[in-house]
Write a protein that binds this ligand. Structure first.
Ligand code: GLC
Length: 742
């Protein structure tokens, strides 16, 4: 813990510190500069500021258009994405600043999701650390590296709540929970934007994908989303709001429709909620060609109609669709779009270019010297290793197979992910250089004593039916005292356009694992995957299971530290692991129903062929330590609405090894004007306990923790009886109760 704090002080100390300036505070001087610039701009130049095109360095969507450099030269493009590198961005900036009539600087954006060059765990993995400092540090370092390569703007954090692991993009988010997802979104925004947008090592954050993209029907990407306004506001909107309250400068629209309206055309979302209710004053950018997609959605008769709907709904910038580029001028001339609408969108964008200091010095981010000095540094790699360790979840440790015994002489590292560099940095790995990634095999070889023999066999590919490698793998395993099995998904099997209809290990990996485990050797299965998997068969077999997601550049070293016991695993799942796909959607914060599951009762809410319980619940994760909870207490039995509820609990580390525990607090509102979930996370603390140490942990709750959208859609707490649960995960906890008075 100390090491990470020192690292944070060192890294954050690099950031220029100045008076925190919220995006919301309008600087009158900037507003006056925008006024004068608007008065000089022609309509085509104004529309140019609303146009975002991709460069040809990277491809992140279905269409690429030629000629973006010529468009920049004509002043018809205001921003470019998938463009980075001090020299590349400087050259393009020179075109915009020195060869156009008004010299308005370009904005450079990129998907820096979990690191730029030094890659951190994928977001779902990093979330499993439940360590907000570590999560903020990951974003901070990503911003330092990205801005050193000329980037002003990242398309992160992704704050989509999702409860369907078939959806490949769960890998990019923080999991199923609203409270945790909100805390993580805040931490990521703080990391990206730092204390001062004018500092050259901070970047604009983008909270995406607004809104409710994670609720795509059947877990199929881009699919329909339909839910009540209450569910939208209660479960899905809070993380976006948390990101904006933390100062997120921009918002990205989502591909889905919501309540029958494609989000990029939704005035309800983009203006009524975002602007009028929440007071957002950054800018809204669409996702990739999502304005054009309003035509196949069946909401627009053609792209020109879509452009009219989007700009009038409150969407400021068109990513890659050229809908604004091609049609806005005619729409204004036809009176279908007002000049004031155009001016407001331009203002929202120019304000951030001023805040970044681009008008003072357009080249301030494109600095080759800074680029060399700030990318893939030893300190960044060390931080990536620290964050990676904290993201690992120990799912099973039967017979204390881990940590590996000191007297082990031979270790076999087997499986298709044992020595893969590319998979380790996962999807959305930006400019990550996978050739710099430390594989599991390399990490084990590096960490093991020289006297220990390390054997390796791939055994099988990630996918396909070829089992001819089994024999060699079995032979290698037969010679070992400890077997490490590295299994999982390929990096491209999660992320965008990567939904899966079944969550089993692909290919013949299960067959390989069953043959290896049948040898009866002490075996650790290391999973590398971008989503929860259906591995109940593995849970029924002996050995240990480590969930390691895709841990990034330092993956192998981080996993080795856990396997050898240098680091006591502390991660906890932020998404429920189902027993099978039929249980999906499955999450802990469910409703009780009128016929809650009862073992002996036929007519209750259940399946005939599988329990209602998940394989591993939300908040689950083991440790080499054992933690016992006792003496859960509230300071009173009844509370008035304005009183603070003091919760205390004793937690003891009963083992002889120090470790961290994520103590979780859940609340249940037993009766409401609408039904309430059986529990909701309302607090957590990640605390280190020395061997044998006991601590009293305190939580404070107030009415905002108990508030919800009532039958009349007021957001408030209602008097009545409540349960409090405090424990090691959403299924194992102590309970207490209290009454909230009028
Ligand atoms: C993609 C993704 C979005 C990303 C954007 C730019 O389609 O949906 O998350 O930021 O395009 O690459």
């Amino acid at each position: 813990m100390k090491k990470l704090s020192l690292l944070i002080m060192f890294i954050v100390g690099l950031s220029a510190y100045s008076e925190a300036r919220q995006v919301k505070d309008h600087d009158p001087l900037i507003e006056r500069k925008i006024d004068s610039l608007l008065s000089l701009m022609t309509l085509p130049e104004k529309i140019g500021q609303l146009v975002l095109f991709t460069s040809d360095i990277d491809v992140t969507g279905p269409t690429i258009r030629e000629g973006y450099k010529e468009d920049i030269q004509k002043g018809l493009v205001g921003a470019l994405f998938n463009a980075y590198g001090a020299e590349f961005t400087r050259d393009l900036q020179k075109v915009a600043v020195e060869e156009t009539r008004l010299g308005i600087p370009l904005l450079f954006g990129y998907d820096v999701i979990h690191g730029h060059r030094t890659i951190f765990p994928i977001s779902l993995g990093e979330a499993a650390s439940w360590d907000l400092e570590a999560i903020e540090l990951g974003a901070r370092i990503a911003a330092i590296e990205a801005s050193a390569e000329g980037l002003h703007w990242t398309f992160a954090p992704m704050a989509d709540i999702s409860r369907d692991p078939r959806w490949g993009r769960v890998s990019e988010g923080a999991g199923e929970d609203t409270y945790l997802g909100s805390a993580i979104a805040r931490a990521r925004v703080k990391g990206f934007q730092g204390e001062d947008l004018k500092a050259t090592n901070t970047v604009l954050a983008t909270v995406k994908h607004f809104a409710a993209y994670g609720a795509s029907l059947a877990g199929r990407d881009y699919n329909t989303v339909d839910m009540s306004d209450r569910e939208l506001r209660q479960t899905y909107l809070p993380p976006y709001k948390a990101a904006l309250d933390a100062g997120a400068a921009t918002v990205m629209t989502s591909f889905n429709e919501l309540d029958g309206i494609p989000v990029s055309g939704s005035k309800y979302l983009m203006t009524d909620i975002l602007r009028n209710e929440w007071g957002f004053d950054g800018f809204v950018v669409t996702d990739y060609t999502s304005i054009n997609e309003m035509v196949p959605h069946g909401y627009s008769k053609d792209v020109k109609h879509a452009a009219e709907q989007a700009i009038n709904a409150g969407v400021d910038m068109d990513m890659q669709g050229a809908a604004y580029y091609d049609h806005l001028e005619a729409l204004v001339e036809e009176g279908k779009v007002s000049m004031s609408t155009i001016d407001q969108a331009v203002r929202n964008i120019l304000r951030l270019k001023f805040k970044l200091g681009l008008f003072e010095d357009p080249y301030r981010y494109s600095d080759a010297e800074r680029e060399k000095a700030n990318v893939m540094t030893a300190a960044h790699r060390e931080a990536a290793r620290e964050v990676a360790k904290k993201s690992i979840v120990l799912l099973k440790n039967e017979d204390k197979v881990l940590p590996i015994k000191k007297d082990v002489k031979t270790i076999a590292v087997i499986g298709p992910l044992a020595d893969s560099q590319r998979d380790l940095i996962g999807s959305w790995s930006a400019a990550g250089d996978h050739t710099q990634a430390v594989t599991l095999l390399q990490g084990i070889e590096e960490r093991a004593e020289t006297s220990v023999a390390i054997l390796h066999a791939k055994g099988a590919e990630i996918e396909g039916s070829d089992s001819t490698g089994f024999e060699q793998a079995l032979q290698v395993a037969g010679e070992a005292d400890h077997v490490i099995l590295a299994l999982g998904e390929a990096y491209w099997m999660s992320g965008e356009a990567a939904s899966r209809s079944n969550l089993d290990l692909p290919g013949v990996q299960r067959q390989l694992a069953e043959r290896i485990l049948a040898l009866g050797k002490p075996t650790t299965t290391v999973l590398m995957n971008g989503r929860p998997l259906t591995i109940d068969w593995l849970d029924n077999l002996p050995g240990a299971i480590l969930e390691t997601w895709y841990l990034g550049t330092e993956a192998g070293n981080a996993i080795a530290e856990v396997i050898f016991g240098d680091y006591n695993p502390s991660g906890k799942l932020t998404m429920t692991f189902p027993r099978n796909v039929g249980q999906i959607p499955i999450f802990y914060a469910t409703k009780n129903t009128g016929r809650p599951f009862l073992e002996q009762e036929k007519y209750t809410s259940k399946y005939l062929d599988v329990p209602n319980t998940p394989l591993y619940p939300f908040g689950y994760g083991l440790s080499y330590s054992t933690f016992t909870y006792s003496d859960l207490a509230l300071d009173k039995e009844e509370y008035r609405m304005d009183e603070t509820i003091q919760v205390t609990v004793k937690v003891k580390n009963d083992s002889d090894v120090g470790g961290e525990e994520v103590i979780q607090l859940y609340v249940r509102d037993l009766v409401g004007s609408v039904t309430r979930p059986v529990k909701e996370l309302k607090g957590f603390q990640k605390v280190y306990f020395a061997a044998g140490e006991e601590k009293t942990i305190t939580f404070q709750l107030h009415k905002d923790h108990l508030a919800f959208y009532t039958a009349t859609m007021e957001f408030e707490a209602e008097p009545g009886d409540f349960e409090i649960y405090v424990g090691t995960n959403s299924s194992e906890h102590l309970s207490a109760s209290f009454t909230l008075l009028e």
